[in-house]
Design a protein around this ligand. Sequence first.
Ligand SMILES: *Cc1c(COP(=O)(O)O)cnc(C)c1O
Length: 436
Amino acid sequence: MHYHSTRGAGPATLDEALVNGIAGDGGLYLPEALPTFSVADFTGADTIPQVASTLLAPFFDGSSLRPDLDAILGETFHFPIPVTSLPATQGSASLLELFHGPTAAFKDVGAGFLAACLTRLEGDEASPLTILVATSGDTGGAVAAAFNDRPGMRVVVLFPDGRVSDRQAHQLTCWGDNVLSLRVRGAFDDCQALVKGAMADADLDTRFRFSSANSINIGRLLPQSTYYAQASLRHFADTGNKPGFVVPTGNLGNALACVMAREMGLPIGPIVLATNANRTISDYFETLQWLPKPSLQTLASAMDVGDPSNMERLRSLVGDAEILRERLGVLSVSDEQIRAAIRKDYDEFGFATCPHTATATHTWRKFSADLRSNHDWILVATAHPAKFETIVEPLIDDTVALPAELAEMLSRPSRCVEIAADPGALADAMSEYFAL
Ligand SMILES: *Cc1c(COP(=O)(O)O)cnc(C)c1O
């Protein structure tokens, strides 16, 4: 399988796409053609790794990683991804729980898969690869956890001082010796500028061999389509119905993976995107004008994206707004509606949802009675509510129990180095820490 850029450059191999992250012309990598499957192709495949082994095999055709695919999947899916049914007054609804990984959010899947691939492609104990990541919260933790203690790999995480919650800060700073956590005296944009500057510095790049693991890497997208595939196959086998999905959406990676699974022939019904108050996607579907905006801060902070970069992939794969809005639904959910949904979820389901997941439960409740009854719905739960306890607990007037994976992480010692938002300070901190 070859990969080309959304802006025309190509072709590249999977190995090149994984290592480069972004195409030479600034576009995003997509496979030249999506493979297609029928339900019968998955006969006998039950677990996510089993389904994924069939689904992802064509994408690894010609890759040096092909013989390792099953081992990579085994490393990625070392935690469960259950679908639990919800008490619904109309139709059937269930929750796809993507939050049982090491950092209790769905980004653990993509980060784990990419780490397993990059370690095999580039891990070199004599001259390690250094993953640089600027984070405002979830991404940095998932990347640090995924690359933690992997031989031949180092991680440098930069996060803005005082702008992440205590639990988020802990999950950015509690890893092994190959992870350097930097608390930057500045904002997220300063962290991002430092990362860009360091990567463009030829001398630093030679010493550290920089790479990135950001969410546009094809290696984060591919494994995400596998849980949609497995959940839909199981639901279809059990009921004969193709389930619809409601996906909390920010940069559009998780939702795009769902669209790809449906394009490949998996038994998936309607797909509805739930965004927060950042309306770039919903405005596009309404006005047919693609107008990226600065991002707004909301309660569902991991979805605060005003210029979702995966839209470029979605348009290249499916088409522009006229076509997209026929194939996908979208609803923008306000902070007030998120708060109300968290309370309702707690009352109706008996457990709390995180602010991101609440955009999906709100969206589902807003469906017409027909839409609710004519399809079985799977609502995607992207993070555990205990990660956002300062928002959730006052709303439900109760505490959220820590899941084992988060409790384990929070019990580890935490350490980080504080630096000024200055390129020299970053270079010094890395040189000192890694003794280079
Ligand atoms: C990243 C994230 C999202 C948004 O996912 P995209 O792939 O960027 O659309 C939603 N919820 C949580 C908890 C996240 O961390």
